[in-house]
Ligand binder design. Structure first.
Ligand SMILES: [Ca+2]
Length: 155
């Protein structure tokens, strides 16, 4: 690196904290930045929310509960499909069950249908660039292949 280049790089780095485009992370995400603060959503009901990288709201955690194992489908519609982001379906411990990386220009993305165990599960909506309102819906259908209650042995 030449001295001039180093000076230019230094000037750019030094100006970053004062510029409006510094990365603010999830600073203004609210409680739903983490699994512990996930917002409950009702099954089969579409909800609207918004993420904005510039405003420091990159992550929204949602949670839903199943009485019995069910085939779950997660639908998301992005108002601005030019964003970068992902949607991940996670189990009660936060482990990834399935997910989608947002495809540029696509408005509607789907996870599943996927067999999800009874109890609490989570959807993590993450945006790394841009800003968009989105609509999210978690649908659950009783699974024919899995008994919803313990089967009594036939004596
Ligand atoms: Ca948030």
């Amino acid at each position: 690196m030449t001295g001039k280049r180093a000076l230019i790089l230094w000037a750019i780095l030094a100006s970053l904290p004062a510029s409006g485009c510094k990365y603010v992370g999830d600073k203004h995400s609210g409680d739903d930045a983490t699994r512990g603060g996930a917002t409950p959503v009702e099954l089969d009901v579409a909800v609207d929310d918004r993420l904005s990288q510039k405003q420091g709201d990159n992550t929204d955690w949602k949670t839903f509960s199943l009485d019995a194992p069910a085939e779950v489908t997660v639908d998301i519609w992005w108002d601005d499909p030019s964003i970068k982001g992902s949607v991940t379906l996670r189990d009660q411990f936060g482990a990834r069950l399935s997910g989608v990386s947002h495809a540029q220009g696509t408005r509607h993305e789907v996870i599943g249908p996927l067999l999800v165990p009874a109890g609490q599960s989570f959807v993590e909506v993450f945006l790394s660039r841009g800003a968009s309102v989105y609509t999210l819906e978690v649908r659950a259908k009783a699974s024919a292949s899995v008994p919803s209650a313990p089967v009594r042995p036939d004596f």
